[in-house]
Design a protein around this ligand. Structure first.
Ligand SMILES: *Cc1c(COP(=O)(O)O)cnc(C)c1O
Length: 367
């Protein structure tokens, strides 16, 4: 029996960064500013420089980033936000939480990202924003989305929870639209050791609104200019991300290499692969393929000690909480993808030998 692989290998990453993380966390314990300590600003400056966005506002999670961005836009009850049906629930959840209406648009079958050609038909006088998701680590067709938004005076919020580090036409994910929102959930391409997230924008007024909303709407201490939330990211978690940033470029390079090797080894072997468009790259938050008889394939891989996952088994309009926002037939490509997607082990520390084992097991299970 061969060793069981990790789906995401956070242990090897920790082993490589152990000392740097310890030094960074110890510094926080020594100065004791657990909330809004100096590491928060340091991280925001580094992340803004990395993406090229003028402002970075760290927040409690990726979900909170979406919520605060929608609050900064002053979304009103009944306002519509166009988004994809094929994403993690948080995307639509925050729209509904603000009293908004998620309007689901189907995906491109080969990238699983929102099909920009279907957006304009869904715009109504109540539409306020478009929220594309850069799924699996590849940006959606942001140029097309931004052009539609500009024509109709809409804001664009990129849900970049899975795509931090990815590029689109040479620019970084997060810095492609009105807002970019990312997550530092441990398994994301750039993760912390708990919950964390960040909002990016180059609009001064919107950035100020986000900063105030993050701390209960305060424009100065105990001056509550607006209604906000308790949405700060812990100083300790910022310290963890600062340590991880020290080898993040290397990790991105590794993710690209490992993703490219998966694509190369699986190409032409009867398995449908995710398409990566030539004007962007994918950081492979998940390495996802399309297979038929998925449960059978997953069981065969599991028997070889290879874990797999499904992102996501149901499109959002099929989830009880969101079914009312869309008719059952509205997103056929999302339905099909939900039945066929399967993600393989993926992390910067995945060895070539382990990757070859995964590929062989998948080919054995599907040929
Ligand atoms: C992970 C994720 C989120 C939520 O991020 P959290 O930090 O877990 O709150 C939102 N959208 C997408 C697409 C995600 O993958």
């Amino acid at each position: 029996m061969t060793a069981k692989l990790d789906f995401i290998d956070l242990k090897s990453q920790y082993a490589a960064l152990k000392e740097r993380i310890a030094v960074r966390m110890q510094a926080v314990l020594d100065h004791g500013q657990y909330i809004m300590g100096p590491e928060v600003k340091e991280l925001e400056e580094q992340l803004a420089a990395f993406t090229g966005a003028k402002h970075c506002i760290t927040v409690a999670s990726g979900t909170e980033a979406l919520l605060i961005a929608l609050m900064a836009l002053d979304l009103q009850p009944g306002d519509e936000v166009i988004t994809t049906a094929f994403t993690f629930a948080a995307t639509a959840e925050m729209i509904v939480l603000r009293g908004g209406v998620p309007v689901f648009v189907d995906i491109e079958p080969d990238t699983c990202n929102i099909d920009a050609r279907l957006i304009e038909a869904k715009i109504t006088p109540r539409t306020r924003a478009i929220m594309p998701v850069s799924l699996y680590g590849q940006c959606a067709d942001m140029e097309a989305v931004n052009a539609i938004a500009a024509r109709h005076g809409l804001a664009v919020i990129e849900d970049a929870a899975q795509s931090f580090g990815a590029t689109y036409q040479g620019a970084r994910s997060g810095n492609l639209s009105t807002f970019g929102c990312t997550s530092f959930f441990p398994s994301k391409p750039l993760g912390c050791y708990g919950d964390g997230g960040a909002i990016f924008t180059s609009d001064d007024a919107l950035a100020q609104a986000c900063r105030e909303i993050r701390v209960h709407g305060q424009s100065a201490r105990y001056t509550h200019t607006r209604v906000g939330v308790g949405g700060r990211m812990d100083t300790l978690q910022c310290a963890v991300v600062l340590a991880k940033l020290e080898r993040f470029d290397w990790e991105l390079q590794r993710r690209r290499e490992i993703g490219a090797r998966y694509q190369l080894l699986l190409e032409g072997r009867g398995i449908d692969l995710l398409a990566v468009r030539p004007d962007r790259d994918c950081v492979w938050a998940q390495y996802t393929v399309f297979v038929d008889e998925r449960a059978k394939v997953q069981a065969a891989l599991q028997a070889q000690g290879i874990p797999t996952a499904v992102h996501y088994p149901k499109p959002l309009h099929r989830q009880p909480a969101y079914a009312a926002y869309c008719c059952a037939e509205c997103c056929p490509e999302s339905e099909r993808a939900a039945q066929r997607v399967m993600s393989l082990p993926m992390s910067a520390d995945l060895s070539e030998a382990d990757q070859l084992r995964v590929v062989q097991a998948l080919l054995d299970a599907t040929q």
